[in-house]
Design a protein around this ligand. Structure first.
Ligand SMILES: [Zn+2]
Length: 120
């Protein structure tokens, strides 16, 4: 089992990264809109900001932000870091690179293999 301590460490890392991204995104938004009214946007305001920045934001920043939010949701639900296919714990190392990994390495490889075939 993953310990509570590990999990809360992961959670605080994710939250820190989320704040960093939000700050970056807000700054970009303020540069774009002269009024500079965005001070403390809630989640709803953040999605409005995303909408208006969609084209100027780097795709991977948006992706990362979504990924982090998903991972935080999973932590809340107590389902974080558990493979959706085989219910085994996903290794911490894998989670470091892919915080919202839904599958363990073995299942992910099988999944990608399957998708590859579907693409043909
Ligand atoms: Zn698995």
């Amino acid at each position: 089992m993953r310990s509570k301590k590990d999990l809360s460490e992961i959670e605080s890392q994710l939250l820190a990264r989320k704040q960093e991204l939000e700050a970056e995104i807000q700054q970009l938004y303020q540069e774009k809109s002269d009024d500079g009214q965005v001070q403390d946007p809630g989640d709803q305001a953040m999605s409005a900001i995303f909408e208006s920045l969609k084209n100027s934001l780097q795709n991977n920043e948006l992706e990362e932000y979504r990924m982090i939010n998903q991972a935080l949701e999973q932590i809340k639900k107590g389902a974080y870091g558990i493979c959706v296919e085989c219910s085994e714990l996903i290794s911490s190392k894998r989670l470091e690179s892919y915080p919202n990994a839904a599958r363990c390495v073995v299942c992910q490889e099988a999944f990608e293999e399957k998708n590859k075939k579907l693409d043909w």
